[in-house]
Write a protein that binds this ligand. Structure first.
Ligand SMILES: NC(=O)C1=CN([C@@H]2O[C@H](COP(=O)(O)OP(=O)(O)OC[C@H]3O[C@@H](n4cnc5c(N)ncnc54)[C@H](OP(=O)(O)O)[C@@H]3O)[C@@H](O)[C@H]2O)C=CC1
Ligand SMILES: [Mg+2]
Length: 358
């Protein structure tokens, strides 16, 4: 039987989901579980597509949706009794209540941007309430607004990328109110997935700058570097913005040659990540090898303060250190690597695991 996307939505809404999970429990059938997950995933994606295309549907979804709050781009976090930081998703109705109590027009809620939806298709939005008194909102929500540079590393699992995405979208709207070609105002759609120039109808979409990040190895050691702006003791994989027209491989080879004077022999893709600092980047992460016979580092000096080869033992020691160290200061001479929410950490762990096996 064939279902249209909207029919899928109906079939795979909350009730359907409940039925699905009951049947999963009853049958414990892995294939059925996989099928259900796929159907629900497709249903969620099609639902989000519709909200981006249909302003009326999106306004409706917002009324019963959940909202991540930001204050001047700092996200609201809540701490559990056990000291764990969480990202509270408030009900849109509660946000309206807060706006009302603080004498603000409910219309502010409509400036929210769509960031995703839950498994049961409750739409999720992010909203900046920078025009409200910060302490008053914090008190009403039982949370604290924390700068994203800190919040991103305090959150675990999917909360970290979600909080970064929410902030990136809010920030994009705050800085793209005018068309760069005509200077005329642009208008957003309800979901906040695009802006249109009121004069020419040109459409603008939120953008990320492509960046390559690479862990270079000579087979026995891996290369980490630091910029003078890094916290003391922190070393990371080499990274750099792609130039116009470059492929990932070209950008990566150029960055390695520019920054440490080495020639890459082979590359292997590892993964990717949206990185919100300082602006939105799309990080593409790879492993690379250089010949051990041509492994002498030659720093360009312009950007990097230091670059060094590290053995597996040294890397494993650095991975054991608590990061970031207290007050972002390690013991003098001790090297530490970016925390697990940074894709550099994934590259470094993968390399250490690979070395352990070989
Ligand atoms: N997630 C992770 O694990 C990691 C992420 N990163 C991120 O990777 C990114 C790139 O690393 P970095 O070594 O600094 O990059 P680069 O080696 O490309 O050097 C940065 C310089 O490139 C110039 N530049 C060229 N294009 C751009 C652009 N689109 N946006 C900003 N600057 C540009 C700027 O020079 P000028 O100012 O002179 O114009 C900037 O100072 C950074 O955002 C960094 O935060 C880095 C390491 C780990
Ligand atoms: Mg760089």
């Amino acid at each position: 039987m064939y279902f249209t996307p909207s029919a899928w939505r109906g079939r795979c809404g909350k009730v359907q989901l409940l039925l699905c999970s009951r049947r999963i429990e009853a049958t414990a059938d892995l294939r059925w579980r996989r099928w259900c997950c796929t159907v629900c995933y497709v249903s969620r994606i099609r639902y989000l597509m519709r909200l981006k295309e249909d302003d009326e549907a999106c306004r409706g979804a917002l009324q019963s949706g959940s909202v991540l709050l930001y204050h001047k781009l700092a996200p609201l976090l809540r701490q559990t009794e056990r000291g764990i930081y969480q990202l509270p998703l408030l009900q849109a109705t509660d946000v309206k209540g807060i706006l009302g109590k603080l004498g603000k027009d409910e219309e502010l809620l409509n400036t929210s941007v769509l960031v995703g939806c839950s498994e049961s298709e409750v739409a999720q939005f992010s909203l900046d309430v920078g025009s409200l008194e910060k302490a008053a909102v914090e008190e009403m929500c039982g949370g604290v607004f924390i700068d994203l540079r800190k919040a991103f590393f305090l959150l675990k699992g999917p909360d970290a990328p979600l909080v970064a995405k929410g902030q990136a979208l809010i920030r994009w709207h705050q800085t793209h109110g005018y068309c760069s070609a005509t200077g005329q105002p642009t208008e957003r759609n309800q979901a906040g997935s695009q802006r249109v120039c009121l004069k020419t109808g040109a459409t603008y979409y939120p953008q990320m700058a492509p960046v390559v990040i690479v862990l270079v190895s000579d087979g026995r050691r891996c290369l980490l570097a630091r910029q003078s702006t890094f916290p003391p003791g922190m070393y990371s994989a080499l990274a750099g913005f792609c130039d116009m027209g470059e492929t990932t491989g070209e950008a990566l080879r150029r960055e390695v040659a520019e920054e440490v004077g080495l020639e890459v022999e082979s590359l292997q893709y590892s993964g990717s990540q949206h990185w919100p600092f300082p602006q939105s980047s799309f990080m593409v992460a790879c492993h690379a090898t250089v010949s051990p016979d041509n492994a002498e580092i030659n720093l360009s000096g312009a950007e990097l303060e230091d670059a060094r080869w590290f053995t597996r033992e040294e890397i494993e020691e650095s991975l054991k250190r608590k990061v970031p160290p207290r007050n972002l200061m390690g013991e003098p001479g001790e090297v530490w690597v970016p925390p697990s929410s940074a894709i550099a950490n994934k590259l470094i762990r993968e390399w250490a695991n690979q070395q352990r096996k070989s």
